[in-house]
Each structure stands twice: as structure tokens, then as C-alpha cells.
Write a protein of this length. Structure first.
Lengths: 246, 936
């Protein structure tokens, strides 16, 4: 019923909205701080955690990846951007295409997960956002803070959404705020996804994906695979996030 | 449009049905002068936890409307760029619709908005009437106080007397983390607290003291500033100390301490023992070096971009780096200690350390060697007693400066000062077999040496990135210097028991040698990368090096009355210069997991040298060697789907001959085995082809590593041997081509039962053909060696861990042109390890290592079961102390055993080594002891 309420609202107000700020492409930089992630592993002793912090902590500038989000009022496509290989090595791009359709309330995500390609196909399940009274600037836009919790990976999620881009799209599997999400912070800075460029333009074929084969599963099945793997890895003294997107 | 129309109908009908529980909320948003705020964001939140349930936008007239929402209390929230977000409670009663009326939003003060949000990019938090922001975003000079910080913040004024005004009103009170700071004078806090200790500054209107006391809100508000201190989680310190005493007079003590914060790391380490532990453990090394434990970007000799990167660590006393590990045969007393300091910021990284170690070692060993020539066989049984002492001072410094985003400078300097001495006392029994004639003899050796050396290596690296993405340039320069000064005495008496004359039957040597060597090297490298497209890169490099070596050796014969006469035939003064240039270029393709490099380099060496009998004597020979080689390179590195990697490479490498091999001197420290250098050696060349496949399957906890390589040698430096009629062996390095080897490795790890038991299997082989000259006849030694190993771990819970492993090694060596029969050597090893937690923090563990050494051909066999057992207990609530009782080598069987079959000889060697002792030790660890007993 909640979704329907939102939809109704969108329909009733779409006529008044600023047409120019509803369609375009966002470039994000996704930075992974492995030191933070490793020191959260419950099976490490205090001494081992200190050793990780001491050795890697002060020079951890994060592992950087470019991501792009094509958006308009009704849909979005989030995927890996073009990295350049000046460091002497180019890694393989994994299958990672997240598509959301806000008009039909449907989500289809193509994800390489633990050696298999899946098509996570389900209706949209917006996270339970809490809106906080904080504002800051991201990529030139004034954003407001919202938080939620990833109950599967047990992570706190902080999103900063633009007050004046009336689109409910966002990076990773997050969406459903009154404005476009320009910054996402996973678990107190373990991973940050920060927009560095927002470009408004009429999109033509940007939402088109070439056909990807993948086993069709639901959100619940996807979450179960992740939850089981994390549980098993921690029990086996392995870092689950070497094989899993954080 | 039709779709939404249908949808609206459906929604409308559902509204009618459940209309009683639904409500409509509407209103209008305006600014302070009554103008509508068009497109303002409006939200409905649940009061309990601010959960978002509905949102939308106001229209161009600032009018908003929530239709058909559930009848329940809400927080209505509106936000608009550069306005303070508005928040109010909405409690629907029975009405069908609620009109919130015209709601006025206040602008955020322009100063706050422009300075804090736009310029400092600090988040602004609004809590009712409090606006707070992150003070860390404001730049103040180091050592500044909070007063200096406040002066920078928008809306703050500091009067001449230090009193503070915030938004025009006098601040009555400053609190730190919400608490009063030394009474009510606000200046006390602001003048005394360092600005860089502050995380946040909050300004709000607090109730007056009077209102707080009486509990009656008089409506008067006081401006209060709260300073929130930075969290101190980045600060830390840890350390541990262990001391133990044991039977047989054994004892050990070791300790380390580390203190660090976000920028500084200081660590101290020390150890002393007579239990054969000469270096620190790898974990201790990592703690000691901190952020510099794995440092990359120190490579100054640029070349082809390789397949992958690796780190290297030093484990010997000969190396420049700090020694790690090392449990060696014999008996040794070891002391070491050092300090390391790192300073790390984004722009500047500095690291320096000092480390001292010394080791006194006693080695008593017996060895038996068989050395085969075409018609002669030499059997030798040696008993050696050796005492060595070595000490090293090491210092290193590294400085890295990011001058700006495009330019980086790195300076590295490593120095080492070493001193040592050794005494050796050997007794050698030899039999020389010549066509069934046995010539026995006996030699006694008494050698001594003393040496001091100094080495310093300096490197500067400069990196520049161009504005064009991917284009970069690097340059490096290096200066290395090493000298060594030493003296040695050789005293030996050989008796040829089958000789017919007295003159032939006894040979005595009593010599004193003074050695001096000096090495200076200047080098420089350049590297340039030009991106040709998004995936193609053109890389070029140039290396140049000039090296000058001097070696002076003065040998004196000592007569009966300790009169020293210079021996001109064994003394040498040798100088050489080695110039080296390499110019190379390659094209690299890197895209989407495909990385291919193809390149070619031209490499040129020039070696000039001369040697004389003494400083002023005429040259005996002048050496002038030129050498040129083309060096091709092919590298293919593929990342396939699902963490599978495939790689292939072809490399050709050129290695200049070592100074030790070039020096034209005779080393007669063992008069039965003479070594001589060869100043005419050419650089050796190696062709190498290797390929491999790796796989990591995270989901199934599987991993697989395989690789296969082939090497072919041209001008390989081989120590050739010849034997004279007296049975004295002379070995001399010569260049030989044709040596080759095939090397393979296979490793597979998989769970027997996930999270509980894992099995690892590995196998390797090495098939090699090594040519050598035996009495000037080319002969080949074929070695076929292989190992097969398996390891099982069993970790059912956190109370028990069990590991078991086995390894079988087989080495088959055959000789195509010598009398030596084919040799089959077997090394077998079984290991088992168990740790049990009995509860109450009491543990039992054992470690069994059972080795069998066997040479079938010669009938040699040695078994060595080594069992260590320990009981330990963690003490105290925080488990910071551990007390441990260990029995080392329960069966008293420890020995150092080595066996080889190589070239034209086989040998078997046993060294007396530290055996059984019982040790009681105590450990204190500041951070508590690690409770999981599982290995990683």
C-alpha cells in the first residue's frame, strides 16, 4: 500500500516538476577500505586487528572503482564504469547490472555471485529509510541524510539524497528516497560511493542491456545465499568479502 | 496516461472501501516574506523512529498534498535547498483532511551556508535550534587553540579580551563533550584546548542556570558552545614480553612494544636466548615495521612490466634487511634489538629504524662425501668443529613526499656495519681410489678469520604523472658503496699415508691473509609510459650502471720462527670496472581482464680489469670483455570468469658474473679442495618459459594452483672440477651452455567438510640436466626430483584443532660420464599437531615432526622423530598472562641432517644440534592473548 501511495503521489505531481533535472547520468567513485573491513572480522584477536591497522591503516587510501547510474523518473541502471589500466593491470569486469523500474515497481539485477550469474528478479522492496536532520553538499548538490540497516550483511547504511533532483534512484541496491542518492556510506566508511559528476541529458539507449543469461531468483533467495555464505565463512575463519561484494 | 487513469480508478475504489482509515494532508510552503517555495521536498515520517512512509514535492505555488494516507500520527518534514528543514507533528483526529496552512521556512544564514556547506563541505546538522558542523573541516595551523578555530567559523566573533560572541550574542558557557570545563569562564576552554583535538563545534541556546535550578523555564536562553572532542580510537599501544628458563642452562627472553596514533608509529623490540632463535618472527617483523612492513614503489631498476608483483623479505645475515625467522643447526647464543619510527600523512611518509643483532654459534658436524671423476673416486670423512661470531648494526631511512598530485619523490638509504670472526678445527680422512689402488691420507685444519664490513645503499626515485591520463615518467638514481677488511689464518697438516718419501708424505701450510675489498656503484634508470588508446600503452625504459671493484689480497707464509714472508704467487691485487646499459620498449594491452605485454630490449655489458701480484707490480693480465644481447619479453595474463587466472610468459635474463667468481685468486683454506676464480667469465643468459593456471572458488572454499616452466641456460657459470695425481681437487668457474630444467607445481585445497576439515594436496617436480667439466671432459648430471605432500586440518570447534601432514621426496641423480652410480635419495616427513582447550583457559598441545633421511645407493639411513609437548594456561580476567611448560624434543633425537647429490658428488652431513630441554615460560600480552587456537 505504501508503494501505491508513493506512486499516486508521483502521478499527481509529475505535471509540476522541473523537467530538466529528472534524467541523466551520475558518475560515482566506489572506494573500498579493506583495513576497516578486515578489522571487523569477529574471529580475529585484538592483537591481529591491531597488526592490520598498524600495517595498512595509515596508508589505506581505499581501492577505487568507477560506477555509473543512468536515471530518469521511471527507471535506473547502475553498473561498473570504464576504468583505465594505467596501473599496469586491468581486472575482469564482473557481471553487475542493476535495473529498477519505478513505474512498474519492478527490479531486475544481473549479478555474479559466488561463481554463478544470477538474475535477481522481484518487485521493488524499498529499504526502510529514516530521515535525519543533516544536510551537506555532494557534487555541487545540497543533500539530506537518510539511514537504514542492511539486515542481511548487518551493515548500517547512510545515504545523502539531493533535495532538488526529484528522482528516487540510487547506487548499489538502494533507492526510494525523495531525491537522487548522491552519496552512500556502507558501515561507517568501510565502503563509500560518492558522486563526482552529475550530468542531465535526454537518455536514448542508455537503459538497454545486451542479453545476459542468469539463474532467476527472488530477493529473498538472493539474501539467503548471502546470509548463508557469510555465516559459513565466519565459521570457517574466512573473510566472506573476498568472494562477495561488500 | 491511460494506465495511470485506470490505476487511479482502482485506487479510488479502494479509498472508498477503507476511507475511514485514510486521511488527506495538505498545506503550503512559503519563505519568510511569504513567497511560495516551489518544488520543496515534503515527507511524512513515523514519529517513533523517523521512518519515511511517504514523500512528494510541492507544486509551483508551494502547495503540497498527501492523498489517502493511513490515519496515524506523523512527523511532517519539508526541505528546501539553503533553508533550515522544517519539521512538525501531525496528529490526525476524525477529520477527512488536515490543512497545515501556510508553513514558513527560514533560510540558513548565508554565511553558514556558503562557508560551511559550500566551501568547507562540512555536513550541517540541525537539531531544533542547534546547528552544528564538523570543525575538522576548517584549516588551522598546527598548535592553534580552539580560540583560533572559533575565529574561522562563520557567525563567531572573538573580542580583544577573549570573550566570544555567537550570532551576535555573548557566549556564556563553553562545555566540552557536554560537561562544564573548569567552571563557567568560557575563555578557559577556548584558550587551553588544542584545535586539532576538536571534532565538532555545537552552538545552541541553552536554558539559563536559574531555569535549570528552579525547573521553571523562564524563556530566557543563553548561548552555549559545546566542543566535542575527537574520538581517540585511532590511538593505541600494545606489546608483549616473554621470559623462560629451562634445563641444560637454556633461557630466552623477548619483548616488543608498539605505540601508534593516526600519524605516528613507534616500536621497540628485543630478544636474547641460547635456544637457537636468531631472528624475529614474521608477525613481530610486521609489528616492528608497521606501515612500512610491505612497502612498494621502492623498485628503482625499471624494466618490463612483470606478471604480478611480489614482496621479498630477507632471512640471512648477508642481506641488507632485518633478518626474519631462522632456527639453525648447532648451538647458538643470540641477542638483538631495535627501534622503528614511522610518520605517515597523505603527503609525507617518513620511516627510520635501527636494528642490532649478534649471534655466537658452535657447530660440530661430521660429513661424508663421495666425489667421482673418470678414473678416480675420492671418499672423504670430515669432522669439523666451528665457532663463529657475527654482529650487525643496520640502519634504514625512507622518505616519501607527494610534492603535489602529479609529482612524488622517494629517498631511501640503507646502511649496515658488520663484524665477525670464526675459528674452524677440522680433521679430514680421505681415500683416493685409483684403479683399485687405495691412497689414504689425513688432514688437520686450523683456520681462523676476522672481518669487518660496511655497506650503504642510497636510492632516489622521482615520479611524474602528466596531465594526460595514463602518461607518466619516472627517474631514479642510486649510489651504493661497500667495503670489507679482514684477515684470516690457514694452518693445515696433510699426511699422505701411502707416500714413499718423507717429502711427499707430509705437507704443511701456515699462512696469514689480509683481504681488502671495495665496491662502488652509480646507477640510474628512466621509465616512460605513453597511453596509445584506452587499452594500449607504450612503455619504455633505460638503465645504466657503472660499478668499480677493488680487491687486494696479501698472503704471507709463516715460518717456524713466526717469520712472515709474502707469497707472491697467491697474493693478488685486482681491479675491475663493469659498465651496463639497457634500453627497452614494450607495448602493453590491458582491458577487461586481458593483459598482454610484448617487448624488446638491448643490453650491453663492458667488463675491464687487470690484476697484479702486488700494488706496484706490473699487470699480469688486462681484461676487456664486451657483451651484447637482445632481450625479448612476452607476457600474457588473463583473468577468466569466476576467479580463474591463466598466465604465460617468456623471459630472457642476463646476469653478470659475480665478483667472487671473477677474482683471479686461489683459495686454499682447504688444501685438498682448492678454489680459483676466472676473470674471463662472460655474463650468463637464461631463457625461461612459464605458464600456469590458478583458481579460487569462494563459494566452495576451493583453490587450485598449477604452473609449469622450462629453463635453458647459455653461458651458465658452472664450477668445474679437476683432480690431480695427489687427489687435490681444483674447482674453477667456466661458462657452459646447454643446462636445462623442467619445473612443475600442483597444489589443490578443498574442504572435506566445510568449515571443519580441509585437505591440501601438493606435488612438484624438477627434471634438470646440468653440464660440467670433469677433468676437462664435458659430463652431464641428470637430476629427477619430485615431492608429494598432503595436509589435513581438522577444526571441529574452538576447543580442539588437529593438523596432520605427510611429505615424500625422491631425488634420483645419474651421471653420464663418470663412474658414480645412480643415486637415489629419499626424504620422508610426517607431522602432526594438536591443541586442546580443556576449559578454564588451560591448553595442551603437541607437535610431532618425524623425518627419515635415506640414501639407498650408499646405504645411509637416519630417523629423526622430534616431539614437542606443552601445557599452558591463560591467567587473569583479561587473559593477559600466560604460563607455559614445554618439553622440547621429548625423544632427545634432534640433529641437523643434510644430504645432497649434485654435480659429481654426494654427501651426507650430521650436525649436533640443540636437543631435549624443558622450559617454563611466562608471557604478558597487553592486549590479551589470542583465544582462537586455530591456525590461519
Amino acid at each position: 500500500m505504501k508503494q501505491i501511495g508513493i506512486l499516486l503521489f508521483l502521478i499527481s505531481f509529475s505535471a509540476f516538476s522541473q523537467e530538466g533535472k529528472k534524467e541523466g547520468i551520475v558518475q560515482y567513485e566506489r572506494t573500498t577500505f579493506w583495513t576497516n573491513i578486515v578489522t571487523r572480522l569477529t574471529y580475529l584477536s585484538a592483537e591481529e586487528k591491531d597488526r592490520v591497522k598498524l600495517t595498512w591503516g595509515s596508508s589505506d587510501e581505499g581501492w577505487k572503482q568507477k560506477m555509473t547510474l543512468a536515471f530518469n523518473e521511471n527507471q535506473s541502471l547502475y553498473m561498473q564504469g570504464e576504468d583505465n589500466a594505467e596501473q599496469g593491470w586491468a581486472g575482469r569486469k564482473e557481471t553487475f547490472f542493476l535495473t529498477k523500474n519505478f513505474a512498474t515497481e519492478h527490479s531486475t539485477d544481473y549479478i555474479d555471485l559466488l561463481g554463478k550469474t544470477y538474475m535477481v528478479d522481484d518487485s521493488l522492496h524499498a529499504p526502510n529509510w529514516k530521515i535525519l536532520n543533516q544536510i551537506k553538499e555532494v557534487a555541487g548538490y545540497i543533500c539530506m541524510k537518510a539511514v537504514t540497516v542492511d539486515t542481511v550483511k548487518k551493515q548500517t547504511i547512510t545515504a545523502w539524497f539531493a533535495q532538488d533532483i526529484p528522482v528516487q534512484a540510487g547506487p548499489e541496491r538502494y533507492f526510494g528516497l525523495p531525491g537522487l542518492i548522491l552519496e552512500l556510506d556502507i558501515n561507517d566508511g568501510d565502503v563509500t560511493i560518492i558522486a563526482n559528476k552529475v550530468e542531465f541529458k535526454k537518455l536514448t539507449n542508455e537503459f538497454n542491456l545486451k542479453k545476459i543469461k542468469g539463474k532467476k531468483i527472488s530477493d529473498a533467495e538472493y539474501n539467503k545465499i548471502i546470509a548463508d555464505f557469510i555465516k559459513e565463512s565466519i565459521k570457517g575463519f574466512r573473510n566472506p568479502y573476498w568472494g562477495l561484494r561488500y | 496516461m491511460f494506465k495511470s487513469f485506470v490505476l487511479s480508478i482502482i485506487l479510488l475504489s479502494s479509498y472508498v472501501a477503507i476511507g475511514q482509515n485514510r486521511v488527506q494532508i495538505h498545506g503550503k510552503l512559503v519563505d519568510t516574506s511569504g513567497h511560495p517555495l516551489s518544488q520543496a521536498t515534503v515527507m511524512l515520517l513515523v514519529p517513533k523512529d523517523s521512518s519515511l512512509v511517504n514523500f512528494g514535492r510541492a507544486n509551483d505555488q508551494g502547495i503540497f498534498e498527501f492523498k489517502n494516507v493511513k490515519r496515524q500520527p506523523y512527523i511532517f518534514k519539508a526541505s528546501y535547498v539553503s533553508y533550515v528543514p522544517l519539521q512538525m507533528d501531525v496528529k490526525p483526529d476524525q477529520e477527512a483532511s488536515i490543512d497545515l496552512g501556510a508553513l514558513m521556512m527560514k533560510p540558513i544564514s548565508k554565511e553558514l551556508f556558503e562557508v560551511v556547506v559550500r566551501t568547507a563541505k562540512a555536513p550541517l546538522s540541525i537539531r531544533g535550534d542547534t546547528i552544528e558542523y564538523n570543525a575538522a573541516s576548517f584549516k588551522v595551523p598546527p598548535g592553534a587553540t580552539v580560540e583560533d578555530l572559533l575565529r574561522k567559523l562563520p557567525g563567531m566573533e572573538i573580542e580583544a579580551d577573549g570573550s566570544i560572541r555567537a550570532q551576535g550574542q555573548t557566549v556564556k558557557k563553553v562545555t566540552v563533550d557536554g560537561r562544564s570545563f573548569f567552571g563557567s569562564d568560557p575563555k578557559l576552554a577556548t584558550k587551553n584546548i588544542a584545535a586539532d583535538a576538536i571534532q565538532k563545534v555545537q552552538v545552541f541556546n541553552g536554558k539559563t542556570e536559574a531555569a535549570k535550578v528552579t525547573g521553571i523555564d523562564d524563556g530566557k536562553k543563553e548561548k552555549t558552545i559545546n566542543l566535542e572532542l575527537k574520538e581517540s580510537h585511532k590511538k593505541g599501544g600494545f606489546g608483549k614480553i616473554t621470559g623462560g628458563i629451562a634445563t641444560e642452562g637454556r633461557k630466552e627472553v623477548k619483548g616488543n612494544y608498539n605505540k601508534f596514533d593516526a600519524k605516528n608509529q613507534l616500536s621497540l623490540i628485543g630478544l636474547g636466548n641460547n635456544t637457537n632463535q636468531s631472528g624475529m618472527s614474521f608477525d613481530d617483523y610486521q609489528d616492528f615495521r608497521g606501515s612500512q612492513a610491505f612497502s612498494w614503489g621502492n623498485e628503482a631498476d625499471f624494466g618490463f612490466t612483470g606478471n604480478g608483483r611480489y614482496f621479498s623479505f630477507d632471512d640471512g645475515d648477508d642481506q641488507m634487511g632485518i633478518p626474519i625467522g631462522g632456527r639453525r643447526d648447532g648451538f647458538s647464543k643470540n641477542y638483538s634489538g631495535g627501534a622503528n619510527y614511522n610518520y605517515d600523512t597523505k603527503k609525507t611518509k617518513f620511516s627510520s629504524n635501527y636494528y642490532f643483532n649478534q649471534s655466537e654459534r658452535i657447530i660440530d658436524k661430521i660429513s661424508s662425501t663421495q666425489r667421482f671423476f673418470q678414473e678416480k673416486t675420492q671418499n672423504s670423512a670430515d669432522t669439523t668443529s666451528q665457532r663463529t661470531f657475527s654482529g650487525n648494526h643496520r640502519m634504514s631511512m625512507r622518505y616519501e613526499k607527494s610534492i603535489d598530485t602529479l609529482n612524488t619523490l622517494i629517498l631511501i638509504s640503507n646502511g649496515k656495519l658488520s663484524f665477525g670472526n670464526a675459528d674452524q678445527n677440522s680433521r679430514i680422512f680421505q681415500q683416493l681410489l685409483v684403479q683399485n689402488n687405495l691412497n689414504p691420507r689425513q688432514t688437520k685444519l686450523l683456520n681462523g678469520s676476522e672481518q669487518q664490513s660496511f655497506t650503504i645503499q642510497n636510492t632516489a626515485i622521482f615520479r611524474h604523472k602528466f596531465a594526460k591520463n595514463g602518461r607518466s615518467f619516472s627517474a631514479s638514481a642510486g649510489y651504493n658503496y661497500a667495503n670489507s677488511d679482514g684477515s684470516s689464518t690457514q694452518k693445515s697438516l696433510s699426511q699422505f699415508l701411502s707416500a714413499t718419501t718423507l717429502r711427499d708424505s707430509i705437507q704443511a701450510i701456515d699462512q696469514l691473509t689480509n683481504n681488502f675489498s671495495k665496491k662502488t656503484q652509480i646507477k640510474s634508470s628512466l621509465f616512460f609510459v605513453e597511453p596509445l588508446s584506452k587499452a594500449f600503452f607504450w612503455e619504455s625504459f633505460f638503465n645504466t650502471s657503472f660499478q668499480s671493484n677493488r680487491l687486494n689480497r696479501d698472503l704471507f707464509d709463516r715460518g717456524s720462527s713466526s717469520l712472515e714472508t709474502r707469497n707472491d704467487s697467491l697474493s693478488r691485487y685486482y681491479d675491475n670496472n663493469l659498465t651496463y646499459n639497457r634500453l627497452g620498449s614494450s607495448i602493453r594491452y590491458s582491458k577487461d581482464g586481458v593483459n598482454v605485454t610484448v617487448g624488446l630490449a638491448a643490453q650491453q655489458f663492458n667488463l675491464t680489469g687487470d690484476f697484479r701480484k702486488s700494488a706496484s707490480a706490473p699487470n699480469l693480465a688486462n681484461i676487456d670483455l664486451n657483451y651484447f644481447a637482445w632481450i625479448p619479453k612476452v607476457g600474457v595474463d588473463l583473468e577468466l570468469k569466476n576467479n580463474r587466472y591463466l598466465f604465460f610468459s617468456y623471459d630472457k635474463s642476463v646476469q653478470e658474473p659475480s665478483i667472487r667468481d671473477l677474482q683471479p685468486i686461489v683459495d686454499n683454506s682447504n688444501p685438498l679442495f682448492l678454489r680459483v676464480g676466472n676473470p674471463n667469465l662472460l655474463p650468463s643468459l637464461n631463457h625461461s618459459i612459464s605458464s600456469g593456471f590458478n583458481l579460487f572458488d569462494a563459494a566452495n572454499f576451493l583453490n587450485l594452483y598449477t604452473n609449469l616452466s622450462y629453463n635453458y641456460n647459455v653461458n651458465q657459470v658452472v664450477y668445474n672440477q679437476s683432480i690431480n695425481s695427489n687427489g687435490v681437487v681444483l674447482t674453477k668457474p667456466l661458462n657452459i651452455s646447454g643446462g636445462e630444467s623442467y619445473v612443475g607445481y600442483f597444489g589443490f585445497g578443498f574442504p572435506l567438510k566445510k568449515t571443519i576439515s580441509t585437505m591440501n594436496i601438493n606435488a612438484d617436480f624438477n627434471l634438470a640436466k646440468n653440464p660440467l667439466f670433469l677433468n676437462d671432459v664435458l659430463s652431464n648430471t641428470n637430476t629427477n626430483a619430485g615431492n608429494l605432500g598432503a595436509r589435513i586440518s581438522f577444526t571441529p570447534n574452538d576447543r580442539i584443532t588437529f593438523y596432520m601432514n605427510a611429505r615424500f621426496g625422491l631425488n634420483n641423480t645419474s651421471y653420464d660420464k663418470s663412474a658414480l652410480p645412480e643415486q637415489t635419495i629419499r626424504n620422508t616427513q610426517f607431522g602432526s599437531e594438536l591443541t586442546v582447550n580443556f576449559g578454564k583457559n588451560t591448553f595442551l598441545s603437541y607437535n610431532l615432526d618425524y623425518k627419515v633421511y635415506e640414501n639407498k645407493t650408499r646405504g645411509l639411513y637416519q630417523e629423526m622423530p622430534i616431539l614437542n609437548v606443552s601445557v599452558f594456561k591463560y591467567l587473569g580476567k583479561a587473559q593477559k598472562s600466560e604460563i607455559r611448560l614445554t618439553v622440547y624434543d621429548v625423544f632427545k633425537k634432534n640433529l641437523g641432517v643434510n644430504q645432497f647429490a649434485f654435480q659429481n658428488f654426494v654427501s651426507f652431513e650430521k650436525t649436533q644440534t640443540l636437543s631435549q630441554y624443558v622450559m617454563l615460560s611466562y608471557t604478558y600480552n597487553m592486549r590479551g592473548l589470542s583465544s582462537p587456537i586455530r591456525k590461519r
